[in-house]
Design a protein around this ligand. Structure first.
Ligand code: GLY
Length: 401
């Protein structure tokens, strides 16, 4: 446990964002401690891991697109350094499918990082028109996209439904397995000697006008870990709030939970070679193939507060819509169903940087893009990225003075 008054950053939250911030901060030589009742088991556990700035945003979200594109550029190096720090063996000479951008010095395939693109498909004339508008916007920004006919889509992905009329390929989009990323981050932190305290942070400690640490409570029974030596509080020079949807329980931030239900299907052979998505019955559905043959189908978007129940209706919607895109999904075995809470903000942009209170820093509100935006978030906090930092400044909201 760090000594009282040490120049420690206390990172509240052990999801992809919090653990990434802890890892990069520790790597830069600054002592950190992470607090989370169940690291890696929050929204990151439910996330599909799409690194898909082009196909994940609409043309009304220009600033988010800029953040996503910049963060995606950082992902290959981020993944390679993480793989190396976690002690993954060097990649072999023939990386094959899922090469993680051809990086050779550490096995980024262990994170299931793949850069094979996203295919956004359309069924009706309206869908085709919407995809056409999106393509024109992307082309204007100089982002690589390819418009495809239905036949070209099926040539790329033979399991697509015959009713697919056309599509938009974003060849630069990628994805990663967030569960592997959090596992690797925890190993890397352990190797760097960073303490990860299994506890809930219940309150910010204040000293005069500054935040000086957090009060701790044992994890909930279902997270059941040994907490006999748990201190009552953790003090630090700075508290970095990376508690996702729970951030507003500790500070006045405009962050709310947005529920997402997701399912993992198991397939003897990979059904798809790349991410496939589409809009069915007015809602967006995506299918993300994992290297081990799993297919992730997601995700609902529900404003239900802190409800994490997996519902029959949610799963039915996912399967109904996924079947429209790829009829063969109904043959697959269900491996896992889970609901997570995205940290939504009023403008869908994250809050990254100092708050108005000395000692309190935000790394929260990443909504649908926590995995994608993790490398950029760490770069902003470590002062390596100033241009895009302004888009994420917490001070843009009046309640954060
Ligand atoms: N980024 C995908 C989702 O939030 O569902």
């Amino acid at each position: 446990m760090p000594a009282k008054g040490a120049h420690v950053d206390v990172i509240v939250g052990g999801g992809v964002v919090g653990l990434s911030v802890a890892w990069r901060t520790a790597r830069a030589g600054r002592p950190v401690t992470v607090v989370d009742p169940a690291p890696g088991r929050g929204a990151s556990y439910a996330a599909a891991g799409m690194l898909a700035p082009v196909s994940e945003v609409t043309y009304t979200e220009g600033p988010l697109l800029r953040l996503g594109v910049a963060s995606l550029r950082r992902w290959p190096a981020f993944a390679a350094e993480l793989a190396a720090d976690a002690g993954f063996p060097p990649a072999d000479a023939d990386p094959g499918v899922g090469s993680g951008g051809g990086l050779g010095f550490a096995d980024v395939r262990a994170l299931d990082l793949r850069a094979d693109g996203t295919l956004d498909v359309a069924f009706g004339a309206d869908d085709m028109e919407a995809l056409g508008e999106l393509a024109a916007y992307m082309e204007k920004l100089g982002l690589p996209v390819e418009r495809l006919t239905g036949r070209e889509c099926r040539r790329l992905e033979p399991m697509l439904a015959p009713s697919v009329r056309g599509g938009l390929l974003a060849p630069g989009d990628a994805w990663v397995d967030p569960r592997r990323v959090t596992a690797a981050l925890l190993v890397a932190l352990e190797r760097l000697g960073v303490p990860v305290v299994r506890a809930r942070a219940t309150e910010l400690l204040r000293e005069g006008d500054r935040v000086a640490g957090v009060r701790l409570a044992p994890p909930a029974a279902e997270d059941g870990s040994d907490h006999h030596d748990l201190p009552g509080e953790l003090r630090g020079e700075r508290v970095v709030l990376a508690a996702g949807a729970w951030s507003a329980e500790l500070a006045e931030v405009p962050v709310r939970p947005v529920k997402g239900q997701i399912m993992r299907l198991r397939s003897p052979q990979p059904l798809l070679g790349r991410c496939v998505r589409g809009t069915v019955h007015g809602s967006s559905v995506y299918l993300v193939p994992r290297g081990d043959g799993e297919l992730v189908v997601g995700a609902t978007q529900e404003e239900m507060g802190f409800d994490t129940r997996v519902t029959a209706g949610g799963l039915w919607e996912l399967l109904r819509d996924a079947r429209e895109l790829v009829p063969g999904v109904t043959e697959l075995e269900v491996a896992d169903v889970v609901a997570g809470l995205r940290p939504g903000t009023p403008d869908n942009l994250p809050l990254i940087g100092p708050s108005g209170t000395p000692g309190l820093v935000y790394a929260t509100g990443h909504h649908r893009g926590g995995v994608l935006l993790a490398p950029l978030t760490t770069a902003i906090l470590l002062g390596e990225e100033s241009e895009l930092a302004a888009l994420c400044t917490p001070g843009r909201f009046r309640e954060i003075s």
